[in-house]
Ligand binder design. Structure first.
Ligand SMILES: [Mg+2]
Length: 452
């Protein structure tokens, strides 16, 4: 028996705006941050979960974590995990907190951190990585993790069980592949941040080609002229006919007609997909863009979105409307592992590949588990997973890529346990003499312009 006895939240921010890491058309200067939740127990284990933000406002997510966790303090872990779907429903059912969602926005970002902390704790007590906990479940047990409210018009529990049963063929072999770190091919965005100069971009792209990457993503959404120049440089580095794929990401900068017009101009560079062409809430807008970019004179450009898609209900609608070629769930913007399982199953039913969002601190650590679950348990098909090579040194068990594949995590838990020293050093506003945010260097961010 393991009982949750207390918790703490931490506001941890890394000053990535200093070198423009993470910059894109909408987010010129983000400080990769983590609203962090630690669950303490009466055992040697603690559960670690986090949600990703890009700086200011991280304290609001921490405050939301502080309002949610009291729902589970004093509870036995077994009582939470025995019927996980019911627990998840319980965690979104405090009606006063639900009012500030429901199941979206800050309260849902906080839920992601809390739910994932429970999964981390549970996996540690079972001495398994989270992906393996799910891989060892029966189809019925997987389905019991999901709250099907609002999605039964698209997917019934019985149907989900049937899909998982189908995927049991070859599952043993896929687990072995995962154990050999051959389950999750990686792609890189590290070269493509919009604030990086041409020389830096070129150097990083060539380096990525040498490391064995075959898929590359670039930020777009600047002037058409700039985008064309950057994509030309990228294609020169990765080639047109060597099997290397190029993807582009506009981070919601355009209206629907602008997205269509701009992307038709970029079609000559043969992007596989345009990610976040417009508002993340615009289901029918994405469907219109997808339709308009089918069969351009240079081929079809797919449409991808999901990193700011707030819950399984929205994903359901995107799929029902045929608005997506690629679905990109975020591990903590939605309500943690449980809601991600619902989304993976919906994607499987509609035959859309998932390529989880990983551009952020801690996200590759999480999503390596989700992509492994998708391959081993749900779709049986290899997809791709974004890898950004930033800030991994702050984690106890950092995500890594070898020979173009994610190294499958084998340590117990959900892989986002941050080093205690890193948490102290980058705590915000932090302690004098301990936190970087109290240093002279931090002033350029703290006193700098807020809208750039
Ligand atoms: Mg993106």
């Amino acid at each position: 028996m393991v009982k949750i006895t207390g918790f703490t939240s931490r506001d941890v921010r890394f000053p990535t705006s200093l070198d423009k890491t993470g910059s894109d058309a909408m987010n010129a200067a983000g400080d990769y941050s983590s609203a962090y939740c630690i669950l303490y127990t009466d055992s040697p284990h603690a559960g670690h979960g986090m949600t990703f933000t890009i700086g200011r406002g991280n304290e609001i997510v921490c405050a939301a974590i502080n309002t949610l966790v009291p729902l589970i303090v004093g509870r036995d872990l077994d009582s939470l995990t025995a019927d996980w779907g019911k627990t998840w429903r319980y965690l979104v059912s405090d009606s006063q907190l639900r009012w500030i969602g429901p199941e979206k926005g800050v309260i849902h970002l906080a839920l992601g951190a809390v739910v994932n902390a429970i999964w981390d704790l549970w996996a540690k007590t079972l001495d398994k990585p989270v992906w393996r906990v799910v891989a060892d479940m029966t189809p019925e047990e997987v389905v019991r993790c999901i709250d099907f409210r609002y999605i039964t018009d698209a997917l019934m529990p019985e149907e989900a069980i049937a899909l998982l049963r189908e995927a049991e063929t070859g599952k043993k072999e896929r687990i072995e592949e995962a154990e050999r770190s051959r389950a999750v091919p990686a792609y890189t965005t590290s070269a493509g941040w919009i604030g990086y100069g041409e020389e830096k971009m070129k150097k990083l792209l060539e380096e990525s080609v040498r490391k064995g990457y075959r898929h590359f993503k670039l930020k777009v959404g600047g002037s058409l002229e700039d985008d064309k120049r950057r994509l030309r440089i990228a294609r020169e580095a990765i080639g047109y006919d060597q099997g290397n794929a190029l993807m582009v990401d506009a981070n919601q900068i355009w209206s629907v007609p602008e997205a269509i017009a701009h992307m038709k101009e970029l079609a000559e560079f043969k992007p596989w997909f345009i990610e976040e062409p417009t508002s993340p809430d615009d289901v029918l807008g994405h469907a219109a863009i997808r339709e308009a970019l089918k069969n351009t004179p240079h081929g079809t450009i797919g449409v991808a979105t999901g990193e700011m898609c707030q819950n399984r209900v929205m994903f359901k609608q995107f799929l029902q409307a045929g608005a997506l070629s690629v679905l990109q769930p975020d591990a903590c913007r939605v309500g943690g592992v449980n809601e991600c399982l619902a989304i993976l199953l919906l994607a499987r039913k509609f035959g859309v590949p998932i390529v989880p969002h990983s551009g952020g601190v801690g996200l590759p650590e999480y999503t390596q588990h989700l992509s492994t679950i998708d391959y081993v348990v749900v779709s049986g098909k290899k997809s791709l997973l974004e890898y950004v090579d930033h800030l991994h040194e702050h984690f106890e068990h950092p995500a890594a890529v070898r020979e173009g594949y994610y190294v499958t995590p084998m340590e117990p838990g959900y892989s986002v346990q941050m080093k205690a020293d890193s948490m102290d050093r980058f705590s915000f506003p932090g302690e004098e003499g301990k936190s970087w945010w109290r240093s002279q260097e931090a002033k350029s961010i703290l006193d700098g312009p807020r809208v750039v």
